[in-house]
Design a protein around this ligand. Structure first.
Ligand code: UDP
Length: 189
């Protein structure tokens, strides 16, 4: 019997096309599994950052935004009061998790969260990036977007048990590498 395991569903919010596209993707995969007896595995990727992350107004992710603002001594713009939390995984850890998923037969039929379970507030993130870039930026506060989740932190117990995987790169170490890439990349362009 299928187990129901989701709690928060809001299909008509401003960000819902993103959320719903992920859920629809999982539903299609399960439909293929059932209909065509396919072997499937589903990974749920959480906030990932590292070198080569895309920066720009059309992307709007917090890590590249803050790094760009900090290295140019521009205001670092925190949405809301910055007390909302996220958990950031370094891209190399994420890819190692995905590769383990690909190669482990025990993962067949499973849905596995791959992310970091170390939680930081967005204000903490802003201060860490300011510190690592030795920036003179001011931290300022803009209104919180509608439907911005208050908290996001994956439960990675299944990944630990089934894949024998967990992230090993600290937020600061991952950010240092990402900042170095940003500085180098912006100098070349
Ligand atoms: N955020 C922010 N300033 C920015 C971009 C994002 O304070 O320039 C906040 C955003 O409101 C959210 C968090 O940072 O609370 C993470 O945003 P992102 O879009 O990177 O990831 P998601 O919200 O999809 O987890």
């Amino acid at each position: 019997m299928l187990k129901v395991s989701y709690k928060n569903v809001y299909p008509v919010g401003p960000r819902s096309c993103y959320d719903e596209s992920k859920r629809a993707g999982e539903a299609f995969i399960k439909a293929y599994e059932l209909q065509h007896q396919m072997r499937t595995k589903i990974v749920r990727i959480f906030n990932t950052a590292g070198p080569r992350i895309r920066y720009g107004p059309e992307f709007g992710r917090v890590v590249p935004n803050f790094i760009h603002q900090a290295i140019h001594d521009e205001d670092i713009i925190v949405f809301g009061d910055g007390s909302q939390t996220r958990s950031f995984i370094y891209v190399v850890d994420e890819i190692e998790g995905i590769l383990k998923m690909v190669h482990k037969d025990e993962a067949i039929g499973n849905v596995i969260n791959l992310g970091n379970n170390k939680e930081y507030t967005i204000l903490e993130l802003a201060n860490i990036i300011k510190d690592l870039t030795n920036s003179n930026s001011k931290i300022i506060f803009n209104p919180l977007p509608i439907d911005d989740p208050v908290r996001r932190c994956p439960d990675i117990q299944k990944a630990k048990e089934i894949l024998n995987w967990e992230p090993t790169t600290s937020l600061r170490d991952g950010l240092k590498k990402t900042i170095a890439w940003f500085k180098d990349n912006e100098r070349k362009s």
